[in-house]
Design a protein around this ligand. Sequence first.
Ligand code: SAM
Length: 213
Amino acid sequence: MRLRNVKGSRETIAANNYVIQTPEDYKGKWHDFFQNNNPIHIEIGMGKGKFIMELAKQNPDINYIGIEKYSSVLVRALEKRPELETDNLVFIRMDAENIVDVFEMGEVDQIYLNFSDPWPKDRHAKRRLTSTQFLARYNQFLKPEGKVIFKTDNRPLFDFSLEQVEEAGWILENHTFDLHNSPYVEGNIMTEYETKFVAEGKPIHRMQISREV
Ligand code: SAM
């Protein structure tokens, strides 16, 4: 992804109430933070946040946490956040490599990965958000019956992810190589990248995975 440095984005983020500045402090305490016992769903690499904002609007009884590595991208989500009149969505600016510092075992019910960076070089495979290394991280905080839902237009990344799911001993609950011509499209919320790729006629791949309960 090509990034444009957005002037003042770090300062904007530091001053924004919807951004959790020290998320490690809430490890094991996210339900206290939201002041309810509703399920917690997270999106890792949320970009400008269209997908998670729409989910939060549709499901006021679910708490959402959007995670994004770059300030210059996260500020775009913050610009739209006031349109949402509910308290069920907050953001964290962090590299997901450190995600186990932020969530306690069983604290998260669902993880969304949308159009994650492909990291095409073999030596960077462990940075892919569906690598066995990342699945091992999710294993440390996802509820036993929790799910990871992954969408991408990138076939090599999707094929790699299918292999990693098997290698990690996770269960492939369902998958499709063409989401928009499959039954799984019902209720699908488009991300920014998805909107662009669908307009270009590219098929979208999607998988839903979980662990043995
Ligand atoms: N999910 C959005 C969508 O579908 O429109 C954005 C997709 S964009 C290709 C991938 C996003 O993931 C970027 O904003 C990038 O900064 C973020 N990202 C990549 N690796 C990350 C990581 N390790 N931790 C947090 N965010 C990450």
